[in-house]
Ligand binder design. Structure first.
Ligand code: NAP
Length: 275
Protein backbone atom coordinates (compact mmCIF):
# COMPACT_ATOMS: atom_id res chain seq x y z
CA UNK A 1 0.00 0.00 0.00
CA UNK A 2 3.07 2.24 -0.04
CA UNK A 3 2.64 4.07 -3.33
CA UNK A 4 6.13 4.38 -4.80
CA UNK A 5 5.68 8.03 -5.73
CA UNK A 6 3.80 8.89 -2.50
CA UNK A 7 0.90 10.19 -4.57
CA UNK A 8 -1.29 9.92 -1.47
CA UNK A 9 0.43 13.02 -0.05
CA UNK A 10 -0.80 15.14 -2.96
CA UNK A 11 -4.12 16.78 -3.76
CA UNK A 12 -6.49 14.62 -5.76
CA UNK A 13 -9.27 16.75 -7.22
CA UNK A 14 -8.67 19.55 -9.67
CA UNK A 15 -8.82 23.18 -8.58
CA UNK A 16 -12.34 24.60 -8.72
CA UNK A 17 -14.00 21.27 -7.82
CA UNK A 18 -15.69 22.97 -4.84
CA UNK A 19 -15.93 26.46 -6.33
CA UNK A 20 -18.83 28.47 -4.95
CA UNK A 21 -19.57 26.02 -2.12
CA UNK A 22 -19.80 27.09 1.51
CA UNK A 23 -18.39 24.51 3.93
CA UNK A 24 -18.60 24.40 7.73
CA UNK A 25 -15.98 22.22 9.40
CA UNK A 26 -16.32 21.66 13.14
CA UNK A 27 -12.98 21.27 14.88
CA UNK A 28 -11.55 22.84 11.73
CA UNK A 29 -8.68 24.69 13.42
CA UNK A 30 -6.52 21.64 14.14
CA UNK A 31 -5.55 18.19 12.87
CA UNK A 32 -7.78 16.46 10.36
CA UNK A 33 -10.31 19.29 10.44
CA UNK A 34 -7.71 21.86 9.41
CA UNK A 35 -6.34 19.56 6.70
CA UNK A 36 -9.84 19.22 5.23
CA UNK A 37 -10.48 22.97 5.51
CA UNK A 38 -7.22 23.71 3.69
CA UNK A 39 -8.03 21.23 0.92
CA UNK A 40 -11.62 22.47 0.47
CA UNK A 41 -10.28 26.05 0.27
CA UNK A 42 -7.70 25.02 -2.31
CA UNK A 43 -10.59 23.54 -4.34
CA UNK A 44 -12.46 26.87 -4.19
CA UNK A 45 -14.87 26.57 -1.25
CA UNK A 46 -15.51 29.37 1.23
CA UNK A 47 -14.72 28.01 4.67
CA UNK A 48 -16.21 28.27 8.14
CA UNK A 49 -14.22 26.69 10.96
CA UNK A 50 -16.00 26.21 14.28
CA UNK A 51 -14.49 25.15 17.61
CA UNK A 52 -13.80 26.52 21.10
CA UNK A 53 -10.19 27.69 21.32
CA UNK A 54 -10.05 31.24 19.95
CA UNK A 55 -6.28 31.34 19.48
CA UNK A 56 -6.31 28.15 17.38
CA UNK A 57 -9.20 29.52 15.33
CA UNK A 58 -7.39 32.81 14.60
CA UNK A 59 -4.17 31.01 13.60
CA UNK A 60 -6.01 28.60 11.31
CA UNK A 61 -8.14 31.37 9.79
CA UNK A 62 -4.98 33.26 8.84
CA UNK A 63 -3.35 30.17 7.35
CA UNK A 64 -6.40 29.03 5.35
CA UNK A 65 -7.09 32.59 4.09
CA UNK A 66 -3.79 32.50 2.21
CA UNK A 67 -5.35 29.97 -0.17
CA UNK A 68 -7.53 32.71 -1.63
CA UNK A 69 -11.11 31.94 -0.62
CA UNK A 70 -13.04 33.54 2.22
CA UNK A 71 -12.59 32.10 5.70
CA UNK A 72 -14.70 32.76 8.77
CA UNK A 73 -14.00 31.35 12.20
CA UNK A 74 -16.86 31.08 14.67
CA UNK A 75 -16.17 30.22 18.27
CA UNK A 76 -18.57 27.34 18.91
CA UNK A 77 -19.09 24.59 21.44
CA UNK A 78 -20.96 21.87 19.53
CA UNK A 79 -22.43 20.60 22.82
CA UNK A 80 -24.52 23.80 22.99
CA UNK A 81 -27.52 23.89 20.62
CA UNK A 82 -27.74 27.70 21.05
CA UNK A 83 -24.12 28.10 19.88
CA UNK A 84 -24.70 25.67 17.01
CA UNK A 85 -27.72 27.70 15.87
CA UNK A 86 -25.57 30.85 16.05
CA UNK A 87 -22.90 29.12 13.95
CA UNK A 88 -25.53 28.44 11.27
CA UNK A 89 -27.10 31.92 11.31
CA UNK A 90 -23.69 33.66 11.28
CA UNK A 91 -22.64 31.55 8.29
CA UNK A 92 -25.84 32.30 6.41
CA UNK A 93 -25.55 36.04 7.21
CA UNK A 94 -22.04 36.06 5.75
CA UNK A 95 -22.31 33.66 2.80
CA UNK A 96 -26.05 33.36 2.10
CA UNK A 97 -26.16 29.55 2.25
CA UNK A 98 -24.47 26.35 3.48
CA UNK A 99 -23.62 23.49 1.11
CA UNK A 100 -21.27 21.30 3.14
CA UNK A 101 -21.00 20.32 6.81
CA UNK A 102 -18.16 18.22 8.19
CA UNK A 103 -18.81 16.92 11.70
CA UNK A 104 -15.20 16.47 12.75
CA UNK A 105 -15.09 17.86 16.32
CA UNK A 106 -14.35 15.22 18.93
CA UNK A 107 -12.90 14.63 22.35
CA UNK A 108 -11.30 11.42 23.52
CA UNK A 109 -9.08 10.14 26.35
CA UNK A 110 -8.10 6.79 27.79
CA UNK A 111 -9.93 5.65 30.91
CA UNK A 112 -10.79 2.27 32.41
CA UNK A 113 -14.55 1.77 31.95
CA UNK A 114 -15.05 0.55 35.52
CA UNK A 115 -13.50 3.78 36.78
CA UNK A 116 -15.10 6.13 34.28
CA UNK A 117 -17.09 8.95 35.91
CA UNK A 118 -20.48 10.00 34.63
CA UNK A 119 -18.90 13.33 33.66
CA UNK A 120 -16.20 11.61 31.63
CA UNK A 121 -18.78 9.50 29.78
CA UNK A 122 -21.02 12.50 29.11
CA UNK A 123 -18.13 14.72 28.00
CA UNK A 124 -17.34 12.48 25.04
CA UNK A 125 -20.93 11.49 24.18
CA UNK A 126 -21.95 15.16 24.26
CA UNK A 127 -19.26 16.29 21.83
CA UNK A 128 -19.16 13.34 19.45
CA UNK A 129 -22.73 12.05 19.28
CA UNK A 130 -24.89 14.91 20.52
CA UNK A 131 -22.74 17.58 18.84
CA UNK A 132 -22.94 15.73 15.53
CA UNK A 133 -26.71 15.57 15.79
CA UNK A 134 -27.13 19.23 16.84
CA UNK A 135 -24.96 20.42 13.93
CA UNK A 136 -26.56 18.05 11.41
CA UNK A 137 -30.08 19.08 12.41
CA UNK A 138 -29.37 22.83 12.38
CA UNK A 139 -27.52 22.70 9.04
CA UNK A 140 -29.94 20.12 7.58
CA UNK A 141 -32.90 22.46 8.23
CA UNK A 142 -31.02 25.28 6.50
CA UNK A 143 -30.16 23.05 3.51
CA UNK A 144 -33.80 21.91 3.25
CA UNK A 145 -34.92 25.55 3.33
CA UNK A 146 -32.47 26.47 0.59
CA UNK A 147 -33.87 23.65 -1.55
CA UNK A 148 -30.59 22.94 -3.34
CA UNK A 149 -29.48 20.07 -1.13
CA UNK A 150 -26.10 19.59 0.45
CA UNK A 151 -23.56 17.18 1.79
CA UNK A 152 -22.87 16.17 5.38
CA UNK A 153 -19.72 14.23 6.18
CA UNK A 154 -19.12 12.67 9.59
CA UNK A 155 -15.63 11.79 10.76
CA UNK A 156 -15.98 8.53 12.64
CA UNK A 157 -13.63 5.76 13.58
CA UNK A 158 -13.28 2.03 12.96
CA UNK A 159 -14.10 1.69 16.66
CA UNK A 160 -17.74 2.15 15.61
CA UNK A 161 -17.62 -1.56 14.66
CA UNK A 162 -14.74 -2.97 16.67
CA UNK A 163 -15.31 -1.17 19.96
CA UNK A 164 -12.28 0.11 21.79
CA UNK A 165 -11.03 -0.95 25.22
CA UNK A 166 -10.09 2.12 27.34
CA UNK A 167 -12.03 4.49 25.06
CA UNK A 168 -15.46 2.85 25.27
CA UNK A 169 -17.17 6.27 25.47
CA UNK A 170 -15.69 7.32 22.13
CA UNK A 171 -16.38 3.96 20.45
CA UNK A 172 -20.02 4.06 21.59
CA UNK A 173 -20.41 7.65 20.37
CA UNK A 174 -18.86 6.84 16.97
CA UNK A 175 -21.19 3.82 16.62
CA UNK A 176 -24.07 6.24 17.19
CA UNK A 177 -22.67 8.58 14.55
CA UNK A 178 -22.53 5.69 12.06
CA UNK A 179 -26.20 4.89 12.72
CA UNK A 180 -27.04 8.60 12.37
CA UNK A 181 -25.17 8.75 9.05
CA UNK A 182 -27.27 5.90 7.64
CA UNK A 183 -30.55 7.12 9.14
CA UNK A 184 -30.25 10.65 7.75
CA UNK A 185 -29.07 9.42 4.33
CA UNK A 186 -32.52 7.89 3.82
CA UNK A 187 -34.63 10.39 5.75
CA UNK A 188 -33.13 13.49 4.15
CA UNK A 189 -32.68 12.18 0.59
CA UNK A 190 -35.90 13.91 -0.50
CA UNK A 191 -34.14 17.19 0.42
CA UNK A 192 -31.15 16.15 -1.76
CA UNK A 193 -28.99 16.02 1.36
CA UNK A 194 -26.33 13.30 1.28
CA UNK A 195 -24.71 11.99 4.46
CA UNK A 196 -21.53 9.92 4.53
CA UNK A 197 -18.81 8.96 6.99
CA UNK A 198 -15.08 8.38 6.93
CA UNK A 199 -13.63 6.00 9.53
CA UNK A 200 -9.91 6.77 9.73
CA UNK A 201 -7.31 4.62 11.39
CA UNK A 202 -4.42 6.36 13.17
CA UNK A 203 -3.31 9.41 11.18
CA UNK A 204 0.21 10.78 11.67
CA UNK A 205 0.74 14.26 13.15
CA UNK A 206 -2.66 14.53 14.84
CA UNK A 207 -3.92 15.20 18.34
CA UNK A 208 -5.66 11.83 18.56
CA UNK A 209 -2.47 9.87 17.94
CA UNK A 210 -0.32 11.88 20.34
CA UNK A 211 -2.97 11.87 23.11
CA UNK A 212 -3.98 8.22 22.90
CA UNK A 213 -0.54 6.76 22.24
CA UNK A 214 1.89 9.27 23.76
CA UNK A 215 5.07 7.20 23.97
CA UNK A 216 7.16 5.82 21.07
CA UNK A 217 6.47 2.33 22.52
CA UNK A 218 2.68 2.92 22.30
CA UNK A 219 2.99 4.16 18.73
CA UNK A 220 5.19 1.18 17.75
CA UNK A 221 2.62 -1.23 19.16
CA UNK A 222 -0.17 0.33 17.11
CA UNK A 223 1.97 0.52 13.99
CA UNK A 224 2.90 -3.11 14.30
CA UNK A 225 -0.77 -4.08 13.91
CA UNK A 226 -1.33 -2.07 10.74
CA UNK A 227 -0.83 -4.30 7.67
CA UNK A 228 0.03 -1.22 5.56
CA UNK A 229 2.94 -0.67 7.97
CA UNK A 230 2.44 3.07 8.28
CA UNK A 231 0.11 5.62 9.83
CA UNK A 232 -2.31 7.43 7.54
CA UNK A 233 -1.45 10.80 6.03
CA UNK A 234 -3.62 13.88 6.61
CA UNK A 235 -3.90 14.45 2.87
CA UNK A 236 -5.41 10.98 2.35
CA UNK A 237 -8.35 11.92 4.55
CA UNK A 238 -8.60 15.40 3.00
CA UNK A 239 -8.71 13.90 -0.50
CA UNK A 240 -11.45 11.38 0.28
CA UNK A 241 -13.42 14.05 2.18
CA UNK A 242 -13.18 16.41 -0.81
CA UNK A 243 -14.54 13.74 -3.12
CA UNK A 244 -17.40 12.82 -0.78
CA UNK A 245 -18.60 16.40 -0.29
CA UNK A 246 -18.20 17.26 -3.98
CA UNK A 247 -20.73 16.83 -6.76
CA UNK A 248 -18.56 13.99 -8.13
CA UNK A 249 -20.09 11.89 -5.33
CA UNK A 250 -23.70 12.92 -5.92
CA UNK A 251 -24.88 9.26 -5.95
CA UNK A 252 -22.95 8.35 -2.79
CA UNK A 253 -24.98 8.55 0.41
CA UNK A 254 -25.22 6.51 3.60
CA UNK A 255 -21.73 5.13 2.98
CA UNK A 256 -18.82 4.76 5.36
CA UNK A 257 -15.28 4.54 4.05
CA UNK A 258 -12.62 2.93 6.20
CA UNK A 259 -9.15 4.45 5.67
CA UNK A 260 -6.83 2.51 7.94
CA UNK A 261 -4.41 0.37 5.94
CA UNK A 262 -6.59 -2.70 6.75
CA UNK A 263 -5.82 -2.28 10.45
CA UNK A 264 -9.37 -2.98 11.64
CA UNK A 265 -9.44 -6.33 9.85
CA UNK A 266 -6.19 -7.49 11.39
CA UNK A 267 -7.48 -8.30 14.88
CA UNK A 268 -3.93 -8.68 16.13
CA UNK A 269 -3.35 -11.88 14.13
CA UNK A 270 -0.71 -10.50 11.87
CA UNK A 271 2.48 -9.05 13.30
CA UNK A 272 5.39 -7.75 11.32
CA UNK A 273 7.65 -10.30 13.05
CA UNK A 274 5.59 -13.09 11.46
CA UNK A 275 7.10 -12.35 8.08
P1 NAP B 1 -7.90 17.17 17.18
O1 NAP B 1 -6.83 17.90 16.46
O2 NAP B 1 -7.80 17.04 18.66
O3 NAP B 1 -9.28 17.82 16.75
C1 NAP B 1 -10.44 17.82 17.47
C2 NAP B 1 -11.07 19.17 17.24
O4 NAP B 1 -12.37 19.16 17.81
C3 NAP B 1 -10.28 20.32 17.85
O5 NAP B 1 -10.10 21.32 16.89
C4 NAP B 1 -11.18 20.81 18.98
O6 NAP B 1 -11.08 22.22 19.13
C5 NAP B 1 -12.56 20.41 18.46
N1 NAP B 1 -13.52 20.24 19.55
C6 NAP B 1 -13.40 19.46 20.65
N2 NAP B 1 -14.47 19.62 21.44
C7 NAP B 1 -15.27 20.54 20.82
C8 NAP B 1 -16.51 21.13 21.15
N3 NAP B 1 -17.17 20.83 22.29
N4 NAP B 1 -17.05 22.02 20.29
C9 NAP B 1 -16.42 22.34 19.15
N5 NAP B 1 -15.23 21.82 18.78
C10 NAP B 1 -14.67 20.93 19.62
O7 NAP B 1 -8.10 15.68 16.68
P2 NAP B 1 -7.91 14.95 15.26
O8 NAP B 1 -6.99 13.86 15.54
O9 NAP B 1 -7.67 15.88 14.14
O10 NAP B 1 -9.38 14.28 15.08
C11 NAP B 1 -10.35 14.81 14.22
C12 NAP B 1 -11.45 13.77 14.00
O11 NAP B 1 -10.93 12.58 13.44
C13 NAP B 1 -12.16 13.34 15.28
O12 NAP B 1 -13.54 13.14 14.99
C14 NAP B 1 -11.51 12.01 15.61
O13 NAP B 1 -12.34 11.17 16.39
C15 NAP B 1 -11.31 11.46 14.20
N6 NAP B 1 -10.26 10.44 14.15
C16 NAP B 1 -8.96 10.81 14.21
C17 NAP B 1 -7.98 9.85 14.12
C18 NAP B 1 -6.53 10.24 14.16
O14 NAP B 1 -5.66 9.38 14.03
N7 NAP B 1 -6.21 11.51 14.32
C19 NAP B 1 -8.33 8.51 13.99
C20 NAP B 1 -9.67 8.15 13.94
C21 NAP B 1 -10.63 9.13 14.01
P3 NAP B 1 -11.34 22.98 20.54
O15 NAP B 1 -10.74 22.12 21.61
O16 NAP B 1 -10.68 24.30 20.36
O17 NAP B 1 -12.82 23.10 20.66
Amino acid sequence: MQAGNELYKKSMLKEGSLAGKVAIITGGATGLGKAMAMEFARLGANIVIASRNKENLMKAEEEISKLGTEVLSIQTDVRRPDQVNRMVSTTVDRFGEINILVNNAAGNFRVKSMEMSVNAWNAVINIVLNGTFYCSQAVGKQMAKQGNGGSILNIGSVHAWTGSPLTAHSAAAKAGVLALTKSLAVEWAPHHIRTNMIAPGPIADTGAVTQLWPTPEDAALILNNIPAQRFGHLQEIANLASFLVSDYASYVSGACYVVDGAGWLNKGKYQLEDQ
